[in-house]
Design a protein around this ligand. Structure first.
Ligand SMILES: Nc1ncnc2c1ncn2[C@@H]1O[C@H](COP(=O)(O)OP(=O)(O)OP(=O)(O)O)[C@@H](O)[C@H]1O
Length: 278
């Protein structure tokens, strides 16, 4: 137990969902949503049933990246039906509000939490092996509350190799450790650029920074994703690279990440906690 007096925060399980996995980053723009979407699609390739919740209230990008749009319908019980594409059932705050870029940014903590509670418990997720949660970037109050309120099986931290990003990534790791959520691993995004002509690898943001930090913090690096035009282009078009170019080296790296996540959540030590202490 860390950080002062103990306070038990109950987090209710979501019926039908075996594992909830957060994809988080210490700061914005490092490729968290890209990782979340491609991880979700890759898990379906392993035969898992997967939902994807866009909890990035400040910049919901899952609808665009997963290629889902339109107002979701309600089932007879009054629950929201997620939208399916590329084998993944997705839901986002971006699908429920008319102008997400302009409205969500001014929301206060309690409003954010109530919107997220709705996305978690008022959506008809059905039977799923995984619910991947694309977290809001950073380690502020909204993020901390989310880690306490959602019964997470574990978290994946996304970082670029830049020092500054690493410092932020450490903060992200600390936040989950504080509430006893296991870190399933670190994904080094934009790890290197491979020249399409000569295949030379340039480590634009430096080398081995993430590896060293991961060792220091005691978490595994479960994937190194290159900076690659196809990753950005496919995301922009709503056809994640794992769905549109499944035989590419990028897709196989995401599959490696998915396998690590799948394996780690089934290990006993990462069993879903029902009570967190802070
Ligand atoms: N490995 C990569 N190669 C090329 N482009 C990438 C890669 N990863 C992410 N991008 C691009 O970088 C931009 C930011 O990525 P993304 O939206 O996933 O980041 P984020 O951390 O979720 O950002 P935010 O903080 O806004 O939620 C997007 O245009 C995305 O397509």
């Amino acid at each position: 137990m860390q950080g002062g007096p103990a306070r038990a925060v109950k987090s209710a399980a979501i019926p039908g969902i075996k594992h909830i996995v957060a994809v988080a980053s210490g700061k914005g723009g490092v490729g968290k949503s890209t990782t979340a979407v491609n991880l979700a699609v890759s898990l379906t390739k392993l035969g898992r049933k997967v939902g994807l919740l866009d909890a990035d209230i400040y910049g919901p990008s899952v609808p665009k990246m997963l290629g889902i749009s339109g107002k979701p319908s309600m089932n007879p019980e009054g629950k929201i039906t997620p939208l399916r594409n590329h084998g993944v059932y997705g839901m986002s705050i971006g699908l429920l509000i008319s102008n997400p870029e302009n409205s969500a940014i001014v929301w206060r903590g309690p409003m954010v939490m109530s919107a997220l509670q709705q996305l978690l418990y008022q959506v008809d997720w059905g039977e799923k092996d995984f619910l991947i949660v694309d977290m809001p970037p950073g380690t502020g109050d909204a993020q901390l509350t989310l880690t306490q309120r959602v019964p997470l099986s574990g978290a994946v931290i996304v970082s670029t190799p830049q020092d500054i990003a690493l410092m932020d990534a450490r903060r992200g790791v600390n936040m989950f450790q504080k509430v006893h959520v296991p870190i399933l691993g670190l994904v080094e995004n934009m790890s290197f650029f491979q020249c399409p002509n000569c295949q030379h690898r340039s480590h634009i943001f430096g080398t081995d920074g993430v590896q060293e930090a991961a060792k220091e913090i005691g978490v595994d690096v479960i994937g190194k994703v290159p900076i690659e035009i196809s990753i950005r282009k496919c995301s922009d078009e709503g056809t994640p690279v794992t769905a549109s170019e499944p035989d590419s080296s990028e897709a196989s790296e995401y599959l490696r990440i998915a396998k690590a996540v799948d394996q780690k959540v089934s290990e006993k030590k990462t069993a879903m906690p029902s009570v967190f202490m802070d």
